[in-house]
Design a protein around this ligand. Structure first.
Ligand SMILES: Cc1ncc(COP(=O)(O)O)c(C=O)c1O
Length: 372
């Protein structure tokens, strides 16, 4: 058999202002090229220990079970649910966008009986709405997305929602894929049982790792399971055995990706996460003002609008997909279309991680102005 035709690797250096990945921080790029280490090399294990402490800092938790899974954000979703759910368990899925619906589907695939409560795209839940749904049945757990990347809405009141779940004896799984590193995520203060994220959003790294943290209640449930977790790969007990003192082999984790993630986390810790949140907010406000001035107002009310991800209303008569394609082809800027029913209604503009810089916003606003 002849070798296939191949070309040189020469991807363009895009300005990534979509819903993720954000741009990789230059320090992370350098870290990614460090020499490969074996997955049990003592030097890699030292890196893991630091990475865990940095993740605990970002998640604001003391949880022992805090790791980065080998996989994208979806592996975090699957790990949370496959470890907690056993067939027949009752799950309440609170859905205010696409990723909330994905959690419900994953729970169903684990054999759970899933009840869904839904908000129209662009809205969030009140605590009362979730409290009254929780009173209808004894649920094992509830799922909810903190930062809905499909709409740009921040689900507020997570602490109160968590308290309501626990009041009824249910656990809470929180999707923090687009929130971690971009807005405060307070796992211990909010008493969250499992939360996970993705390396490619606000952490300055490429995709491929999913930070996850599990608290004592979740750990207790997992340890008392009647049957082993159906996924060998996503079994959190096996992760704990690999990341903990035993360092037992589980799978061949990518040292390079961990070098990159740890560097991204170090960048955030050096800036201080509160300062990073303030920078995201200030940059997002510049973007919002610029969009408003151009007749492309943000879609989500200011009270729960996410700094890392803005949805902006497409002006009447404008083809959003043509504009998006021209931004990419002529200005090298990536943004995204809306999701589902919002496909032709909004653009999604991300200011995640290393993408959240003044020069990117100025360039994007100028480019959009020219195209409109
Ligand atoms: C809120 C949310 N959850 C989960 C995911 C899934 O992550 P991934 O695409 O990295 O698998 C995403 C991805 O955009 C997301 O935005």
């Amino acid at each position: 058999m002849n070798a296939p035709k191949f070309s040189d690797l020469n991807p363009p250096s895009r300005i990534l202002l979509g819903p993720g990945p954000g741009m990789t921080h230059p320090r992370v790029m350098r870290a990614l090229t460090a020499p490969t280490l074996g997955h049990l090399d003592p030097e890699l294990l030292k890196i893991y220990a630091e990475e865990q402490d940095l993740l605990r800092y970002l998640f604001q938790t003391k949880n022992e079970w805090t790791f980065a899974l080998s996989g994208t954000g979806t592996s975090g979703m699957e790990a949370a649910l496959t470890n907690l759910i056993e067939p027949g368990d009752d799950v309440l899925s609170c859905i205010h966008g696409y990723f909330g619906a994905r959690l419900a589907e994953i729970a169903e695939r684990q054999g759970a009986q899933v009840d869904r409560i839904e908000k129209p795209l662009g809205q969030i839940f009140s605590v009362d709405e979730i409290e009254s749904a929780l009173k209808k049945k004894k649920y094992k757990l509830i799922t909810i997305v903190h930062a809905e990347t499909s709409t740009g809405a921040e689900q507020l009141h997570i602490k109160e929602i968590s308290a309501a779940a626990h009041q009824q004896g249910a656990l809470i799984v929180l999707d923090a894929v687009t929130s971690l590193g971009g807005i405060p995520v307070k796992i211990d203060e909010w008493d969250i049982d499992i939360a996970y994220s993705g390396s490619q959003k606000n952490l300055g790294a490429p995709s491929g790792l999913a930070p996850i943290t599990a608290g004592p209640r979740a750990k207790g449930v997992i340890e008392k399971r009647a049957k082993p977790v159906s996924s060998f790969y996503l079994d959190l007990k096996q992760y704990a055995n690999y990341w903990g003192n035993a360092h037992g082999y589980h799978h061949t984790a990518s040292a390079s990706l961990h070098f990159g993630l740890r560097e991204g986390l170090r960048v955030i810790a050096e800036e201080g996460q509160e300062n990073a949140f303030a920078r995201y907010r200030a940059n997002a406000e510049i973007l919002w003002r610029g969009l408003e001035a151009m007749g492309v107002p943000p879609f989500i009310p200011i009270e729960y609008r996410l700094p890392p991800l803005t949805t902006a209303k497409v002006p009447k008569g404008c083809d959003p997909h043509k504009v998006r394609a021209r931004l990419l082809n002529e200005y090298n800027i990536e943004i995204a279309a809306g999701f589902g029913a919002l496909k032709d209604e909004v653009w999604r503009i991300g200011l995640m991680g290393y993408s959240s810089r003044r020069e990117n916003i100025t360039l994007f606003l100028a480019a959009l102005q020219e195209l409109l």
